[in-house]
Design a binder for this molecule. Structure first.
Ligand code: C2E
Ligand code: MG
Ligand code: MG
Length: 732
């Protein structure tokens, strides 16, 4: 017979009468639901009454067969079963409840006759949670039900938090273990099994099983560590690599505490065990990105300072040297520009590989049984690589390695079926000879590399052997000089040329100056040799010529009296074939009368047999521009060759004038130059006249035109104009 349903779960909103109170407004979830199965209606009624009085929702069935369907429908918080029901007894009903997924953890109280000892056992075996003896006593029943429901709630909470803990452990790949130090047996959680790849079999494992999982090289370390911990009794932790089943290598972190018995003897170890392989891999990847170059796989410059610091400690300890090699590919830009960046990348990878191979130790050992410096390689930037050699005894050690690297990098590269030859320039600085800190040493190796490039590339240079302080300054200056024009740091000054003995203006010579931001006003001699060496001179000449022509334009527009203005021109303008375009452009832009202009060239221009020089000089002459041969006597040209060129003026170099009164050779040369020039109908101008006596000596020799500090040093524009006004007035 179907039981009397006091509650239908599908109709939870119905008003319920419990213990005489209307409970429609109570949250139903808070009311525990109890299913009673009892074939005796009187007892059933009694139990219901007791429970309703206590505020429970009760549902009752009158026979065992109805228990499971009702249970499934209701999922009660507690089931009370009578042990002896005619169709299905309580123990069988309990077994069936335990057989359902929801029934595993629902508490079941079995009502058993007080004398029925056998049924207590049967009920226990079938999975009953507790028992209550018949006849039912009101108070006992009430307390028992409350107690079981409370325990069930606690159990549920415990199960929930256990499940959460397990989830967390699985997610963290964290397992716990305990080891009995007496038996040497280890009990561990499922996660430990999963980390080790073992099948959980409920059996404890021996300590040896664990030790066998650790990779051979680390076993001894861990064993020693544990032995020490047992001796001292302190907690311990370690990381080690293990080989899980199927040969998978993992890194684990283990932390443990040692327990002691009452006598203070270590008897138990508890700990956890975590698979940190993924974390290690992620850390390794982060490290790789931070310290290594992604293209070549070489260390990057951040890593270099680590290498350097270690190498310095080693060098100090062993009294050895460190070599820093700055390796730069010559004209690498050409490869990128002509073959594309992907080809450029391939070259860089190949270069990195060759660098690695050229310092690989076993290669050396195979070839030579000698002292071998240890090498670290980094990609410094673009096509620049830095190498650090440590354990270096002398320059010879370094020279051998560098030669090897240089040879290896010079072999042809096959990139996308194209054979490429790349040469390399290498600069080397040595710790502690050239410097002691990393920045300086890198800078010096860079300078030495630059020096190697300037010597025609494809070579290597030691910093200390080829460079001194002045060269270093020189190089710094070069960088600044390249920017000087753009930064408007160049100036033009003017030195008047006179007809001696008076102060009759014959013309002016322009000279470039550099207003250096730190070094102040630099005369041409301080920076033009560098400009010549680096080729910047042609840009400077172009700028000076344009500037001077604009000034001539102003004088012409002002209708100032005629001034012949001499501009110095470097021989490089002839080598680069830029002279004619440069002059034409300056004349066209300013529209000046070319007869105001004289160009001073040095003897070097006339040396050799370049037909362009004659053509260019003739074209200039045809334009109406005059030409002077500057610093005459310092080169190796002879006066006799002068008639081949359309030169108007010969300027006697300052070095002859300086010693004209004291050195008879200087006097004789000066005198000869003047006489021969006159015979060739060339004008002579003496430079660097500093005293009245020098002037008089020159006049005696027949040279009337002069310039020099005796008359006037080179002047700024305003000073020149002022000076001219004054001399004109005094001449009148
Ligand atoms: P330079 O053309 O023979 O110029 C004469 C040099 O002698 C100038 O030096 C001038 O300052 C210096 N000087 C003038 N009077 C005296 C004197 O009384 N005593 C002594 N000891 N020296 C005197 P600066 O300006 O240093 O020029 C040196 C050289 O640089 C010039 O020799 C010229 O060859 C070159 N130079 C100057 N300006 C330019 C330029 O704009 N372009 C090119 N290509 N070269 C220039
Ligand atoms: Mg000159
Ligand atoms: Mg000169």
């Amino acid at each position: 017979m179907a039981g009397l349903f006091l509650l239908s779960l599908k109709h939870h909103t119905h008003a319920l009468r419990i213990g005489g109170r209307l409970l429609s407004s109570m949250p139903k979830k808070l009311l525990p639901v109890i299913l009673i199965a009892e074939s005796d209606p009187a007892i059933r009624c009694l139990v219901r009454d007791i429970l309703e009085q206590d505020g429970f929702l009760v549902k009752e069935v009158g026979n065992g067969c109805d228990v499971i369907p009702t249970f499934k429908q209701l999922i009660p918080d507690l089931v009370i079963l009578d042990m002896n029901m005619p169709d299905l007894d309580g123990s069988e009903a309990c077994r069936q409840i335990r057989g359902t997924p929801a029934g595993l953890n629902v508490p079941v109280i079995m009502m058993i006759g007080i004398d029925d000892q056998e049924s207590f056992k049967t009920a226990y075996i079938s999975g009953a949670t507790d028992f209550i003896a018949k006849p039912i006593q009101r108070v006992l029943m009430s307390h028992r039900v409350h107690f079981v429901i409370r325990s069930s709630k606690t159990m549920k909470k415990l199960q929930f938090s256990e499940a959460r803990l397990l989830d967390a452990q699985i997610m963290a790949k964290l397992g716990s273990w305990e080891m009995d130090l007496v038996s040497g047996k280890i009990q561990c959680s499922d996660e430990v099994y999963s980390i080790l790849g073992w099948v959980p079999d409920g059996q404890s494992r021996s300590f040896e099983c664990f030790m066998n999982a650790i990779i051979p090289g680390e076993k001894e370390r861990i064993a020693a560590l544990m032995k020490e911990a047992l001796k001292t009794g302190s907690n311990f932790s370690f990381e080690c690599s293990i080989v899980a089943t199927e040969g998978i290598e993992k890194i684990i972190h283990c932390k443990a505490r040692i327990n002691r018995d009452e006598k203070g003897e270590a008897n138990w170890i508890v700990g956890f065990f975590q698979d940190i392989s993924e974390r290690r891999r992620a850390e390794e990847e982060i490290r790789r990105l931070a310290y290594y170059d992604t293209l070549t796989g070489l260390a990057n410059r951040t890593m270099f300072s680590d290498y350097f610091n270690h190498a310095v400690s080693f060098a100090m300890r062993t009294k050895t040297l460190i070599a820093i090699l700055f390796v730069d590919l010559d004209r690498f830009k050409l490869i990128n520009d002509s073959l594309g960046h992907s080809a450029g990348d391939k070259v860089l990878k190949e270069v990195a590989e060759r660098l690695r191979a050229s310092v690989r130790k076993y290669d050396y050992i195979a070839r030579e049984v000698e002292h071998i410096p240890e090498a670290e390689i980094t990609r410094f930037a673009g096509d620049e690589f830095l190498m650090l050699l440590k354990n270096v005894r002398n320059y010879h050690d370094v020279g051998k390695v560098v030669q090897r690297i240089h040879d290896s990098l010079s072999a042809p590269y096959m990139i996308d079926d194209t054979e490429i030859i790349i040469t390399t320039s290498i600069g080397i600085s040595i710790y502690p000879i050239d410097g002691e800190n990393m920045e300086d040493l890198i800078k010096y190796s860079d300078i030495a590399m630059y020096h190697a490039k300037r010597q025609g590339r494809n070579t290597f240079k030691f910093y200390s052997q080829c460079l001194d302080t002045s060269t270093r300054n020189h190089l710094e200056l070069e960088g600044q000089l390249r920017k000087a024009i753009k930064r408007k740091e160049l100036l033009v000054c003017y030195q008047p040329i006179f007809r001696a003995p008076g102060i009759d203006f014959s013309g002016i010579e322009t000279m470039v100056r550099w207003q250096h931001p730190q070094l102040g006003l630099l005369c041409a001699e301080r920076f033009l040799p560098l400009a010549e060496e680096t080729g910047i001179i042609t840009e400077i000449d172009e700028w000076v010529l344009a500037h001077v022509c604009r000034q001539i334009r102003i004088w012409q527009d002002r209708k100032d009296p005629f001034w012949l203005v001499s501009v110095n021109i470097s021989s490089q303008n002839f080598k680069k074939r830029s002279i004619l375009d440069m002059v034409r452009s300056a004349l066209e832009t300013t529209g000046i009368d070319p007869r105001w202009l004289k160009l001073e060239i040095t003897e070097g221009v006339l040396l050799g047999s370049d037909p362009y020089v004659v053509t260019a000089l003739e074209s200039l002459h045809e334009m109406g521009i005059r030409l002077a041969l500057d610093d005459f006597g310092t080169g190796c040209s002879s006066l006799s060759c002068l008639n081949k060129f359309p030169v108007d003026t010969v300027k006697i170099d300052v070095c002859f004038i300086r010693d004209i009164l004291t050195d008879s050779d200087c006097a004789a040369i000066t005198s000869a130059i003047i006489a021969l020039s006159r015979s060739l109908k060339l004008e002579t101008i003496a430079e660097g006249v500093e005293t009245k006596e020098q002037m008089e000596a020159l006049l005696r020799m027949g040279c009337g035109k002069m310039q020099g500090n005796y008359f006037s040093p080179p002047l700024m524009l305003a000073e020149l104009e002022q000076f001219r006004r004054e001399t004109m007035t005094s001449n009148r």
